[in-house]
Ligand binder design. Structure first.
Ligand code: ATP
Ligand code: UDP
Ligand code: MG
Length: 161
């Protein structure tokens, strides 16, 4: 049988996903990683770190006037975070759908927030909300040398037609 494999254009889109301190403390890292792997995305960067305040204030710069901002920074500093870069077709949009609504009370069951959280101030996970935002956040959280380009023979980088 003749098989044709095509590489989907734009497959190298990347996004920043971070398991927040409550997710790490509740031992949810493995289940969250599994969801992204299962969906077919490729892990190209990953680290556990206690986020410094300067990173957090840049990361959430657009929220600095919000009343919950001090609590948000306290929350994000309350323990280590697992920061990851995932790559794949439409990964920014698809990961937002997988993560669910910011407010877990509004998040559908089946989404990460909808399955693992009940309150907006402990919503387990961060996902970049635009391609431009993802590029900014990846640059903020990761050194270029911490990201690994690797090839694979699986279905996520080529599709049989
Ligand atoms: N009204 C609120 N009360 C308490 N915390 C809030 C509130 N709104 C947002 N937050 C916190 O601030 C974070 C950033 O809000 P943002 O509007 O960027 O939501 P998001 O993009 O869904 O979350 P994130 O940027 O963490 O992925 C939320 O994830 C949540 O932890
Ligand atoms: O009313 C709010 C809105 C947001 N957040 C926190 O701020 C983060 C970033 O907010 P954003 O609007 O970027 O939502 P997200 O991108 O996380 O869905 C959220 O994840 C929450 O942790 C909060 O505590 N209260
Ligand atoms: Mg956000």
């Amino acid at each position: 049988m003749k098989c044709l494999f095509i590489v989907i254009a734009g497959v190298s889109e990347r996004t920043l996903i971070a398991v927040k301190p409550d997710g790490v403390q509740r031992r949810l890292v493995g289940q969250i990683v599994q969801r992204f792997e299962q969906r077919g995305f490729k892990l190209v960067g990953m680290k556990l770190l206690q986020a410094r305040e300067d990173i957090l204030s840049q990361h959430y710069h657009d929220l600095h006037k919000k009343p919950f901002y001090p609590n948000l920074l306290r929350y994000m500093s309350s323990g280590p975070v697992v920061a990851m870069v995932w790559e794949g077709h439409n990964v920014v949009r698809t990961s937002r759908l997988m993560v669910g609504n910011t407010n877990p009370a509004e998040a559908y069951p089946g989404t990460i927030r909808g399955d693992y959280s009940v309150h907006i101030s402990r919503n387990v996970i961060h996902a970049s909300d635009s391609v431009e935002g993802a590029q900014r956040e990846i640059h903020l959280w990761f050194d270029r040398r911490e990201l690994v380009d690797w090839d694979c023979c699986d279905h996520s980088s080529s599709y049989q037609v």
